[in-house]
Each structure stands twice: as C-alpha cells, then as structure tokens.
Design a protein around this ligand. Structure first.
Ligand code: ATP
Length: 596
C-alpha cells in the first residue's frame, strides 16, 4: 500500500522554454531558479572572497616593501620593519579568515540547498501519479536524488567563491603592479595570452566531443546491461562470444575516439600550463625585467616586488577553467531536476469529500495514456460493496489500466470513477489509500525487516497481529524458518521466491485492511503448490471487501460475483460464470479453450 503526502510546494514550472530560446538559455534559467534559495548567502560569500583576494596580495606587497626598507641606504628603520611584519601577519590572517569564512558560508548554503531540493524531490514524488513510477525506473529517481544534487555541490559550495577569487586576485595584483610601473604590469601578464589562446583551442568543439563520448559510454553500458540481463538466453544459445565481441567493439571504438580527442588536447594543455608555470613566469619577468633595469626604466626592487605578485596571478586564473566544466555539469543536473519537478502531478482536491460506503462505479470512463491512442472507452461498471468483480480479456485489452484507475495511478480522460458515490479525484489521496489497497504483479518489498514490510500501512501493529495476517496469507511458516524470523531483512537474509513475495504483499494488504482491493492475480510464475497457497490467501483477502481482480486463470474466478470481459478497451460481456457460459459468447469460448 502506498500513501502519498500533500505538502505545500510551489507549483512546478515547465522546463522547456519558448522555441526561440538560444541554446543553454533554459538551463541557465533552470539553474537560477534552483539556486534562488541560496542567492543571498552566495553573494555574501563572494563579497568576503573579494576581501580575501585583496588580502592575498597584501603580504607580497608588504614583503616587497620590506625588501626596499632593508636595502635602503643607512641604518635599518626597525619600527617600519615591525609595521610591515604586522601588515604581513594581518594580511595572512584576513585572507585565511575571509577566504575560509566565504567557503564556510557557501558550504552551509549547499547543505541548506540540498535539504530544500531533497524535500522538494520527496514532495514531488509524493504528488506524482502512481502510474509515473511504472514508466520511470528507480534508477532515474536515485540519480536525481543523489547524483544530480551531488553534481550541484561544486557549483554552490566552490564555484562562486573560487571564480570570484580567480578574478579578484589577478585584478588586485594587476592594480598593484600598474601602480608600481605600467611596463612591469605588462610583463606580469605577458604569458597570459598564450594560456588563453591555448585554452580556447582546447575547448573548441568540447560540447560535441563530450556528447560523442557520452554516446560511446552509453553504448558500452547498454551492451553490458544487455549481456547481464539476457545472460541466460545468451549462454543457452551459445552466443557468449558474440555478446563479448559486441562489448569489446563498443569499448574499443570509444577508447579510440577518446584517444583521438584527448591526445592533442593534452599537448595543448601542457603548453597552456607551461605558459603559466612559475619558472616561465620568473624567466620572462626577471629576464626582460633585467633589461628594463639596465635601461634605467625601473628599479631592481620594483622588479622584485612585481615579479613576486606576477607569480600568484596564474594560479588564480587556471581555477576559472576548472570551474567552467563543473558549472556545465551542474547546469545539466539542474535541468534534469527541474524536469522532475515539472512532471505533471496528481491534482489534490481543494475541498476533499468523504466516500460513503465502498461501492465503486465506472461512469462512462474513457482513458488514453498519450492523448492519441484510446486505451479504454465508454466503460460503465458497478462494483457493489462486498462483491468480487473479475476482469478478463486478451493481453493488451486494458485490464490493468482499468483496475489501476481506482487507486488513481492515472486520472480518467473522460467520465468518472467513483468510490462511495464520490469521484476519486475529489477524495484526498491519503484518504483514498486508506480505502483502496492493491496487490500487483510487480511486488515491491522494501529492504527492511519482513515485519516492517508487512506492517507498512500500520507501523504500530504488534508481532502477533502481523503473524496472524501472515498466517492468513500462508507465509508465516516460511518467515519463521528464516534465520532471524520476522527480523530478517528482505534482500539480505530474507530471499523470497516470486510466489512467496506475493504472499508477503497479500499479508501486507490483509493488515492494511482496506475495504476496496485491486488485485492482479499473478500466478504465472508460481508452482502449483504455491499457486494453491496464493489462491487460498487471495480468497481470504477478498472476504467482505469490494474486490476488482485482474484474472489470468479462469478457474480461479468461477465464484466471482461478476465477470467482465474486456476487448480493445471496451466491455464486451458481463455476468456471472454460469450466465456467461450459458450465453455461449466470448467468455464461453475462452472457458472451453481453458485460457484467458
Ligand atoms: N504506461 C503506459 N504508457 C502507454 N501505454 C501503455 C502504458 N501501459 C499500458 N499501455 C498500453 O495500454 C494498452 C492496455 O494495456 P494494459 O496493460 O492495461 O492491458 P492488459 O489487458 O492488462 O494486458 P496484460 O494482460 O498483458 O497485462 C496496451 O496497448 C498497452 O500497450
């Protein structure tokens, strides 16, 4: 049983912008929207980083002044020396305090944003129609909750501060060297253009190359998944070698593409980093600077002080490049998160109504998943309180779709589904799930103790109550035989077969005790003994409830109060087993063939 929450949340906005938006605009807007809750903190941190950037320059300037003082003719002015020492210490202290403080502010901001986004993901997931989860894998949800939020860490906690530092430190340094001598300033940044040009060459066509790489990696992972999921078939038909070679080919192709892309890039990168390396900066500044000193343009001590500052400019600049890649990844992650937040949610009624009784009615119900192909049309049905209705029909006739409209996996396209006289869309979702339970083919057991799995809807139920539900579902003996009994954890020391998992979920439904039940009679994988157990458990579950069962075996629904035959989304026959076999129609033929 799943219940949904109704937490207040901003209405999600559509992710896709107008068609005329230049590429990247939507993602930038997405990023701005996601980062809005921490904008003020980020700005405060940036301002702190500007102070830290100026403080970074102070010790270098002070040391240059110290040099001048010590080399000046006459006795050393010790008072001035001490003042300079204090300036150096203060500069270092301010840099550590403001720089560290800025990072602290952004890291707290990041934690806050992660909490906001995680809550928003939980709220969104709680408001999505259950049908959404049948078309989206848990992997996608996990990626959003972990990887995408994680990808945003660099952006929030580091990028703004580091980029500010990367711009402010060189600017502060440049301001100082210009104040000393404009020719020395030119020298201090002389190697920068080489880096900028090399970097531009390196990142040319980066987006396309990254896409190509991602395609290659996706192909490799697809062949691995194909191999692992189909391993039984692959081995049985002796195709292991072929499957291996497909993986090898995909891996080789991607490796070659990577090599072809990265090799020239590494050469350029080496050149770029060389242009900003300390020996090259020193060589250019001291070499050319010495000529300037000889020519009498500048003093040796000025050259010394500007060379010191020139050494710190490159370190700051190179961090910009690193930040750009992380920013790109974070923007893409933000886009994916907003896509999740923008998924159409199940509207909650403004003024919820309460059902009276537990009769379910389908009134002129029509449904389409995509708005084009009609899956159900003109369904009029009444599932009277306390009766069992079985749905039969060929595969794809719409049985599951019809049944899952009752717990609002999706909302009808036309007509209405009513419970106790109230349209299910007018019942608050948590109340709806207190009335409607379901046991579907795809049994979902959580990685928790068997006890907690069974008492999911009633966490306060004691062991005796849980055991009596499990006994009714014919699974108690099996659970007691587990190493830690009811405390065994599903997936660790509680490993259930398909039929056993089905019975655990029946025990869960029995305990939840909802008056309306939607059952998918999943007996396809069960052995005859297990099938008999499941049938017995289902029969027990159906007592005194309004039950809608998707029947795969006609033998199990002979006693149903009403059998509904669906074909291509329409009700083609309806009646009891005796009435339908006597009528000699579709059901009678299915019964004779012994198939559904
Ligand atoms: N999530 C979905 N999105 C789009 N189309 C869907 C979705 N689920 C089912 N369909 C389509 O709706 C139609 C009815 O499917 P449904 O699963 O309700 O049939 P069914 O009678 O329960 O079939 P089966 O007995 O094989 O389970 C099919 O054509 C199917 O392809």
């Amino acid at each position: 049983m799943t219940s949904t929450q109704t937490l207040p949340v901003d209405e999600p906005r559509a992710v896709d912008g107008p068609a005329a938006d230049p590429p990247g605009t939507t993602e930038r807007a997405a990023l701005r929207e996601l980062l809005a809750p921490v904008r003020t903190r980020t700005r405060v941190a940036m301002a702190m980083q500007v102070v830290a950037a100026f403080a970074t320059i102070v010790p270098y300037v002070a040391i240059a002044e110290l040099g001048k003082t010590l080399l000046a003719a006459g006795p050393v002015d010790s008072e001035r020396v001490w003042t300079i020492v204090w300036v150096v210490v203060t500069g270092l202290g301010l840099r550590a305090g403001f720089g560290g403080g800025a990072l602290m502010v952004t890291h707290f901001a990041d934690v806050r944003l992660q909490a906001i986004l995680r809550r928003r993901i939980a709220t969104t997931l709680g408001r999505l129609p259950l049908g959404w989860f049948t078309t989206h894998s848990s992997g996608q949800v996990r990626k959003a909750a972990q990887n995408d939020i994680g990808d945003m860490h660099y952006l929030v906690a580091h990028s703004a501060v580091e980029t500010t530092g990367a711009v402010a430190v060189p600017l502060a340094g440049l301001a100082y060297v210009i104040s000393v001598d404009w020719r020395l300033a030119l020298l201090a940044v002389a190697t920068l253009p080489v880096y900028v040009v090399a970097y531009a060459v390196m990142t040319r066509g980066m987006t396309e190359k990254m896409e190509e790489m991602n395609r290659g990696l996706a192909a490799i992972s697809a062949t691995v998944v194909e191999f692992v999921t189909g391993i039984a078939v692959v081995k049985t038909f002796g195709q292991t070698r072929r499957a291996h070679s497909r993986y090898r080919d995909a891996a080789t192709e991607t490796a070659q593409a990577y090599d072809g892309w990265v090799r020239p890039m590494l050469r350029t990168e080496a050149l770029a980093s060389m242009a900003l390396s300390a020996p090259v900066v020193l060589l250019v500044n001291l070499g050319v600077g010495a000529l300037m000193v000889q020519a009498g343009w500048v003093s040796a001590i000025d050259l010394f002080s500007t060379t010191l500052v020139a050494l710190i400019i490159p370190v700051a600049v190179t961090s910009i490049g690193f930040g750009m890649q992380a920013r790109r990844e974070a923007s893409a992650a933000a886009g994916r998160l907003l896509e999740l937040f923008g998924a159409p949610t199940l509207p909650e009624p403004e003024r919820p109504r309460h059902p009276v009784g537990h009769t379910v009615e389908f009134d002129g119900v029509g449904f389409s998943y995509d708005g084009r192909t009609t899956v159900l049309s003109e369904i009029d049905l009444e599932l009277r309180q306390g009766t069992v209705t079985a749905l039969v029909g060929p595969s794809g006739s719409g049985k599951s779709t019809l049944a899952t409209l009752v717990p609002r996996f999706h909302d009808v396209t036309s007509g209405a589904v009513r419970l106790g006289g109230v349209d299910v869309r007018e019942i608050a979702s948590d109340e709806l799930y207190r009335h409607v339970g379901f046991v579907l083919q795809d049994v979902q057991l959580l990685r928790e103790s068997v006890l907690d799995n069974i008492r999911l809807a009633r966490p306060d139920a004691d062991l005796d109550t849980v055991r009596s539900a499990a006994r009714a579902a014919r699974i108690d003996d099996r659970i007691m035989a587990l190493p830690r009994g009811y405390d065994s954890v599903v997936g660790e020391d509680a490993l259930f077969s398909g039929g056993e998992a089905q019975r655990v979920s029946i025990a869960r439904a029995l305990l939840a005790d909802t008056p309306v039940l939607v059952l998918d009679e999943a007996t396809a994988f069960a052995d005859p003994e297990s099938e008999a157990d499941i049938q017995a458990a289902l029969t027990r579950l159906a007592v005194d409830r309004t039950v809608l069962v998707i029947a795969h075996r006609l033998s199990s629904i002979v006693g149903a109060d009403q059998i509904v035959v669906l074909d291509r989304g329409r009700v083609v026959e309806r009646g009891s087993h005796d009435e339908l076999t006597a009528a000699g129609g579709r059901y009678a033929r299915m019964w004779e063939r012994g198939t559904n």
